[in-house]
Design a protein around this ligand. Structure first.
Ligand code: SF4
Length: 360
């Protein structure tokens, strides 16, 4: 398949790895920001094929993992109401809150439905005018445009029974928080290609300039990932501090301008708590006040829920590149994909789940 098969070509991957081996002269710590990239790296064993000088650490870019526990508990409280149809992407259903998950709510009689798009949730709202229909709008910049479109359509249709529980996060403030930490180890970043396809990469040069850390926009196939690593190592070895686009077939500097304009109409930047990490200033998107009628947190008055995380979990340190999943004493014991204790085991894109699945 064009644009896929050629980026899984073993000989091309080997050639790029050979170039990295020839080029590298000293140790470097690189972080891939996206959970999809972590999964692909571990699945294909790319981290084990790199020369020992290159250490990959895994960033906080799995939206299911970083959705804070209180937001899961708010979803559970709303979904448990008899007047509500709660809709979500499938991967959120098994994420545990403080006590149960959305699957359990459904087993106990709650009307919890998996949808493939927020527009499916909108259709359910039109078909069920006597029920409140709520969509769990989580994700990074990539999933924001369809969520925005659903809210705009609900407003245009005058729907009174549709709302969204928003937990959107943004990548640049997370990178800012990681690089600004006194304990930061990261010397180069692989940027998330799908986020940049929507947002472009114009937000990153100021971060590169401020922290003197090069970044490469990187895709998801094995050759994309090795090319992103190669571009970053090349910049590090040459002392050139810039943003390189190693995913040119999908990403431009400006990104998708109409999508960005649409997002700005409905969302505004706000402080957001990241599960395992804590509050990162202006790292989220929230609904603008003119869309308060579609804000599930306000409609159902669940803003005061504040649960506690497991004290065993070191997911925050993993997502900042300070530890690896097997450094956690609970890994594979108290904590597994069936019984996750923390953020990075709850989703298949989480670093702990990837290490568990591929037997690290
Ligand atoms: S293995 Fe479980 S408890 Fe340990 S860091 Fe990962 S998610 Fe947290």
């Amino acid at each position: 398949m064009k644009y896929v098969t050629e980026f899984r070509d073993v000989d091309l991957v080997k050639a790029a790895l050979g170039e990295i081996r020839r080029m590298v002269t000293r140790p470097w710590v690189l972080m891939e920001i996206c959970g999809g990239q972590t999964h692909s790296i571990v699945r294909h064993g790319l981290d084990q094929l790199l020369p020992p000088e290159i250490e990959l650490v895994h960033g906080p870019g799995c939206p299911v993992c970083v959705t804070p526990l209180e937001q899961i508990d708010r979803a559970l409280a709303i979904a448990s109401r008899p007047d509500v149809i709660f809709t979500s992407y499938g991967d959120m259903l098994r994420v545990p809150g403080s006590n149960i998950d959305l699957f359990s709510v459904r087993a106990q009689g709650g009307d919890v439905r998996v949808v493939y798009s927020p527009l499916d949730a909108l259709k359910i709202a039109q078909e069920n005018p006597h029920k409140q229909v709520v969509f769990f709008a989580i994700g990074f910049e990539t999933t924001a445009p369809p969520n925005v479109m659903a809210v705009q359509q609900a407003k245009a249709l005058g729907l009174k029974n549709f709302s969204v529980l928003v937990s959107h996060v943004r990548v640049p403030p997370a990178i800012h928080a990681i690089l600004g930490s006194p304990s930061n180890r990261v010397q180069g970043f692989l940027l998330a290609g799908h986020v940049c396809a929507v947002m472009g990469y114009w937000e990153y040069p100021p971060l590169v300039e401020k922290y003197r850390v090069p970044m490469a926009v990187t895709g998801f196939e094995p050759l994309d990932l090795v090319n992103g690593i190669l571009a970053t190592v090349r910049m590090l070895e040459a002392g050139s501090i810039e943003v390189n686009n190693a995913y040119g077939r999908a990403v431009t500097l400006d990104g998708n301008k109409p999508a960005q304009a649409m997002i700005q109409k409905v969302f505004m930047e706000c402080d957001r708590k990241w599960r395992g990490i804590g509050m990162i200033p202006m790292s989220g998107w929230c609904l603008r006040p003119e869309y308060d009628d579609f804000n599930a947190e306000k409609r159902f008055d669940v803003a005061d829920i504040t649960p506690q995380e497991s004290p065993l979990c070191i997911a925050g340190q993993i997502m900042q590149g300070l530890k690896k999943p097997h450094d956690c004493p609970a890994f594979g014991k108290e904590c597994s994909p069936e019984h996750p204790l923390g953020a990075t085991m709850v989703s298949s894109e989480g670093a702990c789940a990837a290490y568990f699945k591929y037997g690290r």
